[in-house]
Design a protein around this ligand. Sequence first.
Ligand code: NA7
Length: 529
Amino acid sequence: MDMDFDAVIVGAGFAGMYMLHRLRQGGFSARVLETGKGVGGTWYWNRYPGARCDVESVQYSYQFSPELEQEWEWTERYATQPEILRYANHVADRFDLRRDIQFETRVTRATFDEQENLWIIETGAGERLVSRFVVTAMGCLSSPNTPKIPGLSEFRGPTYHTGSWPHEGVDFSGRTVGMIGTGSSAIQSIPLIARQAEHLTVFQRTANYTVPAHNAPLAPDYVRQVKADYREMRARAKTKPAGIDFDINWASAVETSEAERARVFETRWAYGGLGFIASFADLLLNDQSNKTAADFVRAKIREIVRDPRTAEILSPRNIIGCKRLCVDTGYWETFNRPNVTLVDIGDEPIERITPSGLRAKGSDYDFDCLVLATGFDAMTGALLNVDFRGRRGIALNEAWRDGPKTYLGLTVAGFPNLFTITGPGSPSVLTNMLPSIEQHVEWIADCLEAMRTRGQTVIEATGPAQEAWVHEVGNSASITLRATCSSWYVGANIPGKPRVFMPYIGGLPAYIAACEEVVAGSYKGFAFS
Ligand code: NA7
């Protein structure tokens, strides 16, 4: 069997693009296969109004090229989807990546041939490529979840999913809109859709916590200062659990006086963003500490939302930060608008979608357009959409029947020469994705270079090493409150999905140390041939 490439990379988002760049630098041949017509991954698909990154733009960016860091100008504290997509395109052009990216190509199956130690990759168009290695770069939130609500196909008007929004945009002027979901995508888009639509009805199953973004244009002085200090900022970020350079207050919320606690929360609220959850070090470790932050946010909701009943429905009851904290611009305020209605469906699922709207709790709601802000089959969805076959033809679906099992979130026992960037069992979604991606890519590229030097062609995680890592991932999850609610982190949003806390919660520094230890121990936990 002739080998077409050293590596096939699946996905041309930030992970796939940098993987291609690094493999080229290492002298490997690689081809990226990408379903979309352009680069950008999540930022290519998620074009709903208000889509923005919840990590500050100067930090949600590549650091592998100091020249790129210096030349690119972010314009806002939190970059919009179009700006991030422009950045992705700029990177693709600047590093001449497109000539090795095959767009409009969906990988459907990948089979490891044990005789030849090669992967055979098949695409939706019936193409077949052969490579030594496969690197998945498919993103953690890239397989949209369309809930199986009865009647969905009967709705007469257009239905939009926030995770695969029409590229030409949607004009809601003069239209009535129904929206299902109140996660991050809904929280970002609701204020903008409400401003445009004649009426917006939001169907909320679980109230969510959100913190104001206080987004603003970036001041030139600030940008100059960041650019002068970039190396130090990146180094500081790598010492933080989330890989984001923000201050963690190491005090305990319950051991702090009420007045001081209120002051800290107010300061963080006024600053805005995800750093709110770092107001105190034990917010995600101790119920009582968590409740102080949750109470603070609930009081804010009551202050902002004029109708007490609406404020009550909007007030989350679960652990703050258990589901991913959202960052918004004018979310609670939007429910003061006369053209916005909130419907609580927390205690009873939507009965059915009807040709003119939907039926819930015995009432009919009519609207012209339906928006599904219903999230993703997170972390494993995209991987399991490809029929990966490892040794003895074992399907990844089968190997992961009880939940994903990986070694370092990067490799899977029984699936040699397969690498999964930001796979389950890596910190990924609990961190700033860009530095996490870069760390994975560099680890993989270094590993392939080491193998080449040693004349090895096959790498595979051993079963015991994988078991030990799965144990470590589960153990670290069990000490936080994060694993205690029905979130997509545990697969709870997808009926029938095994309930396993999927990302590694030990923090980026601990994870990097674990990866470095593996390398220092001559890639301990891996078998080579
Ligand atoms: P999320 O955070 O998974 O939110 C999805 C929302 O859709 C959430 O409010 C769900 O309610 C709701 N949902 C899902 N299925 C249904 C059904 N069947 N009926 C009613 N409501 C439903 O996805 P997002 O796209 O907002 O954000 C994903 C991540 O992207 C986010 O965390 C950021 O990291 C960026 P539930 O809470 O499950 O009760």
